[in-house]
Design a protein around this ligand. Structure first.
Ligand code: C2E
Ligand code: CA
Ligand code: CA
Length: 403
């Protein structure tokens, strides 16, 4: 059944799945009254059939259903690519948190969890959270299957300057002083517009162009850092494990630092790993060797289920980075906050500093500090921005640069 919003407030498309048609209808009507375009279905088969016909900005899923329950639906949904989800349930908060975690492992983005009966104000807040994410810089709503990005195109973009480093500030939570930036890749395509790294980095990786991407990012980000002059700011660059393990990588890094006259302590290598968690001794040795040369190592995306505790223990990381999907819940979920506090404790016992990603408001920044995190990064502080804007931002932060 489909309704259309009469007052087009935001036109968000919402698909509700609840086995109780009366409940489904109420939630749908509420969403419509809030300005969304909502429709509902009452079983998993209809749900996937609906999604095959038209995508939704967000799906609202009931956890408890006869037949395929919410957990099973989320597992299947996860195989279709990233989707934003609102969960509803009459279960207690522990069950909801576990379900939220399971959704995340399936690659889903759980925007909110609503206890039943669903209240209008709670639904409004949840739908607004979806809106916030849609507001983030448009980064190519691209369907992998239909988009013809070839390895050749990426190779060319890496050499013709279309792939640019943007810089997102990192702030010391103790005194709110900037302490560095993370370099994030953007592909400024003349016809397709800005293409997100979430789209092209995995493709570059499949085309075995990780090292080339890494070189472009090192070149642009270290040149930016050098131009800032005499500061103690650090630059964090994302590097897949596989690139770090290349025998020639340490010499390559040394070359870049010499060229820009920077010390290794100014560079943080954020080790990303998308593959299985299996670790080869060769990789551990390669990372240890980089540490011995004075480079800082950060374990990226901690909390997403990819970066394992084993990795944390066996590799001499300097920094633990708590992923934004995980960090986001600390204000609303006592379990998430408790876990962050414990992670901080583990990190501190291993002499590591903790950076928390996805700091989206002042309350979260304050809480991150209270939980013991050292450094914050997120839209509340600043979005990733091109070099010139990042430089201006820095100057505005109390004139840290020599004029
Ligand atoms: P990441 O390393 O976890 O990077 C942080 C991501 O979080 C960035 O997305 C950033 O824009 C986003 N972010 C920062 N603050 C907030 C916030 O407050 N709220 C929200 N909702 N998001 C925030 P981005 O730039 O789209 O990058 C996505 C991923 O692509 C990165 O995740 C990283 O894994 C990969 N990536 C980006 N640049 C490179 C690169 O040069 N090389 C490699 N290998 N991977 C890269
Ligand atoms: Ca990163
Ligand atoms: Ca992350």
């Amino acid at each position: 059944m489909t309704y259309t919003a009469s007052s087009n407030v935001d036109g968000q498309s919402v698909l509700v799945l609840d086995d109780d048609s009366a409940v489904a209808e109420i939630i749908t009507a509420m969403a419509i009254s809030l300005g969304a375009q909502a429709r509902f279905v009452c079983c998993a088969d209809d749900f996937f059939r609906e999604l095959d016909q038209a995508t939704a900005d967000v799906v609202i899923i009931d956890l408890q259903m006869p037949g395929r329950d919410g957990l099973e639906v989320m597992r299947e949904l996860g195989t279709r690519g990233p989707v934003q989800v609102i969960l509803t349930s009459g279960c207690d908060s522990r069950v909801l948190e576990t379900a939220r975690h399971s959704a995340r492992i399936n690659g889903l983005d759980v925007v909110s969890v609503l206890p039943k009966p669903v209240r209008r104000t709670a639904l409004l807040a949840a739908l607004k959270a979806v809106q916030v994410q849609n507001d983030s810089p448009k980064t190519a709503p691209i369907d992998f299957g239909s988009l013809a990005i070839t390895a050749e195109m990426i190779k060319e973009a890496l050499t013709n300057g279309q792939i640019r480093a943007h810089f997102q500030p990192k702030l010391r939570l103790r005194d709110h002083e900037p302490c560095g930036f993370e370099a994030l890749a953007r592909w400024e395509h003349p016809e397709m517009g800005m293409i997100s790294p979430g789209v092209f980095v995995p493709l570059a990786s499949m085309a075995e162009l990780d090292r080339e991407l890494c070189e472009v990012m090192l070149d642009q980000s270290l040149s930016f850092l050098a131009e800032l002059g005499d500061t103690d700011l650090c630059m964090a660059v994302n590097v897949p494990m596989r690139v770090c393990a290349e025998p020639a990588f340490p010499a390559l890094l040394d070359g870049y630092l010499q060229r820009f006259d920077l010390t290794p302590a100014r560079l943080i290598l954020e080790i990303t790993e998308a593959g299985p968690v299996e670790m080869a001794q060769g990789e551990i040795d390669a990372l240890t060797r980089l540490r011995m040369r004075g480079y800082s190592l950060s374990i990226d995306d901690f909390g997403t289920g990819v970066s394992s505790l084993e990795r944390l223990v066996r590799i001499p990381f300097n920094e633990l980075k708590i992923d934004r999907y995980f960090a986001r819940d600390i204000s609303t979920s006592p379990g998430a906050a408790k876990l962050v506090r414990n992670l901080v404790r583990i990190a501190k016992s291993m002499d590591m500093s903790v950076t928390i990603e996805g700091v989206e408001d002042a309350a979260m920044m304050q809480l991150s500090r209270e939980l013991g995190c050292d450094i914050g990064q997120g839209f509340h502080i600043a979005r990733p921005m091109p070099a010139e804007m990042a430089r201006t931002w820095l100057i505005e932060q109390a004139g840290r640069l020599p004029v």
